[in-house]
Design a protein around this ligand. Structure first.
Ligand code: HEM
Length: 584
């Protein structure tokens, strides 16, 4: 009956998209599992074809499992397929201008996208100011120090790198992680409940737990971003050499050329664009780094081949960004990790603005369109034996994905995993460099391998596909050993770590920022390495310092320094108790 009624409502000569039929209004929501829902959508794709629809609480969702179909709709018909749907957990997402990636197809989005492009392009021309390399060197040494904390070190690497790129300082990274993870919950279908049960968004703010939580998170994020812009302004005024996306914008405001001064819009808007870039970087890049470790546990033969390439070409040196032309296998591993375990498996949905017909199928205006990245990477015509991790598919002419010249390909530009049409990802230069350096550094420094049970001598199991359920999926923690490949490598890692440390600029030059860390070192029983991350310790309420080491949290009191000035307001987290639980 449902199917009949649906057909009668359609214009003549068109059919409804195939798809599973469900309970009226509710649809098939009960069938969508809480963990790895993308696998269910992929299985439905195998049953109903490369484009099908589901209805969930009255909204039509169109699922695309083929790269070709995704291009035909999202790229070729981009004029009507470039909008974003409303997110019930963040109901002003289409209009507020706070998050470029979630904005509707508005004039604000167009302006912000241009600015984002300009900031990214300017920084890439300068090879991202060497920030990713310095943070990678810090990361490797932390991994050597205690690989069981790998989740923490990876999150620190990604958030510190993007914080430096965004504002010229790694200090906001811990609070950034906190506000960003909260945002991910607010926008993920498996996060805030209104995203599943849409009408809950109408619950008044005074009694909605989701709105209250999101409101608090947003307020903290706003303070964080304003303080960071303040820091960028302050460092520019003082002449500190701290390039960043924000600095590029601020410098354009000082240009003698009137056109340049007005070209990139208002500072408040730039604050949000840079903030969104920081959010995107902090959220996503950890996923493929973790998946690399997982892949190496399951595919030791690829690790050996990668090490052979690095050792052969670089003669014992750790990979640097300038070596990329000569390391095609490393680039292939980067790309294959992303294909094997897509970081955004359901994609970021588009919305269609007008009724459309595709191959005789009707797609209604307002439908939510998902390029199902998980399914696209499992299309056997493009990726034979898709479940197998096989970097050769990018290097051997017998595979359909092979491209020459190998000094340039494989690379991430245009890869389906970064979306389609006018909404494609704008962060690829950062992703490419971060992943090349971390995966190359890990392969150079360590043998990643499964742990053995000391009693039985048997390998401890490592899961194959246990991923977190939010929009950005990451492998659930698993045990592994990271064995340094030689004493020489350990000595080099130490030297790289030392060299990567800050020359004192910024806060450290200003006496009001100096504090005596010797007591903290004693309390932490710190080795030298902790000096570095003591720079991340935050002052709570002006009297206490919080620190966290190896999973334990300690309060260190009293603080010798005066209350921090506003440019660093985000570091004290005052007024928002949950900030205290952020690591360190
Ligand atoms: C592994 C890392 C990343 C992955 C897999 C990824 C993937 C994606 C995907 C799938 C989209 C949606 C495309 C679409 O709607 O068709 C997107 C959008 C976007 N990404 Fe990324 N991304 C990553 C990292 C980054 C980074 C580091 C940045 C910035 C520094 C960034 C900035 C953006 C922006 C600004 C958009 C929104 C574009 C728009 O809506 O117009 N991304 N990304």
């Amino acid at each position: 009956v449902q199917r009949y009624l649906e057909r009668r409502r359609l214009p003549p000569g068109v059919r409804p998209l195939p798809g599973p039929w469900g309970i009226p209004y509710i649809g098939r929501v009960h069938d969508v599992p809480a963990t790895a829902p993308w696998i269910k959508f992929y299985e439905w794709g195998k049953k109903y074809g490369p484009i099908y629809q589901t209805k969930i609480f009255g909204t039509v969702h169109v699922w695309i499992s083929s790269e070709k179909v995704a291009h035909e709709l999202l790229s070729k018909r981009a004029a009507i397929y470039s909008d974003r749907p409303l997110i019930p957990g963040l109901p002003d997402n289409r209009t507020s201008g706070d998050y470029l990636a979630l904005l509707g197809r508005t004039e604000t989005w167009k302006r912000q996208r241009k600015l984002c492009n300009h900031l990214m392009h300017t920084s890439s021309l300068d090879s991202l100011h060497s920030y990713p390399t310095r943070e990678r060197d810090r990361f490797l040494y932390l991994m050597y120090h205690d690989a069981s904390q790998y989740l923490e070190w990876i999150e620190q690497f990604t958030s510190r790198t993007i914080a430096r790129l965004s504002w010229g300082t790694p200090r906001p990274s811990q609070v950034l992680r906190h506000t960003t993870f909260g945002l991910l919950e607010s926008i993920s279908p498996a996060g805030a409940l209104p995203n599943l049960i849409g009408f809950l968004r109408h619950v008044p703010a005074a009694i909605s737990p989701w709105k209250k939580k999101e409101g608090r998170r947003h307020a903290l994020e706003d303070r964080l971003f304003r303080a960071n812009v303040g820091f960028a302004e302050h460092s520019l005024a003082k002449g500190w050499p701290l390039p960043s996306f924000m600095r590029t914008f601020l410098e354009s405001k000082q240009s003698p050329d009137e056109r340049e001064r007005t070209r990139w819009g208002e500072q408040d808007e730039a604050m949000h664009v840079v903030g969104l870039m920081a959010i995107a970087g902090a959220l996503t890049i950890g996923s493929p780094i973790q998946s690399y470790l997982l892949a190496m546990c399951h595919y030791p033969e690829w690790q050996r081949r990668l090490q052979d390439e690095i050792d052969g070409v670089l003669q014992g040196r750790c990979p640097q960004w300038e070596d990329r032309e000569r390391l095609p296998l490393l680039r292939a591993v980067v790309k294959e990790v992303i294909r094997w375990r897509p970081p955004v498996p359901t994609g970021i949905p588009h919305a269609v603005e007008k009724n459309d017909v595709y191959n005789g199928y009707f797609i209604p205006a307002g439908a939510t369109i998902h390029a199902l990245e998980w399914a696209i990477t499992r299309d056997e015509t493009t990726y034979p034996e898709p479940e197998t991790f096989n970097p050769d598919r990018w290097l051997d002419p017998m595979y359909p994905t092979y491209r020459e010249p190998l000094t340039h390909y494989p690379n991430l530009a245009g890869f389906s995993q970064f979306g389609f049409g006018r909404r494609t990802c704008q962060g690829i230069p950062v992703v490419e460099q971060d992943l090349f350096l971390t995966m190359g550094g890990l392969a150079w420094a360590f043998d990643i391998r499964k742990q053995r049970d000391p009693r039985t001598g048997n390998e401890k199991p490592v899961h194959w596909l246990d991923y977190t359920p939010l929009l950005i999926a990451k492998p659930v923690q698993f045990p592994f050993d990271a064995v340094p490949r030689s004493d020489d490598k350990v000595a080099r890692m130490r030297a790289m770590f030392e060299a990567a440390r800050e020359a004192p600029v910024g806060h450290d030059q200003d006496p009001t920022w100096l504090m005596d860390i010797s007591q903290f070192e004693k309390d932490l029983g710190a080795q030298r390495i902790y000096k570095d991350y003591l720079t991340d310790i935050r002052c709570v309420g002006g009297t206490q310092f919080w620190a966290r080491r190896s999973g334990s949290e300690s309060v260190l009191a009293p603080a010798p320094a005066p209350a921090p000035p506003t440019v660093d307001e985000h570091e004290n987290g005052a007024g928002l108790p949950e900030v205290r639980s952020v690591d360190f």
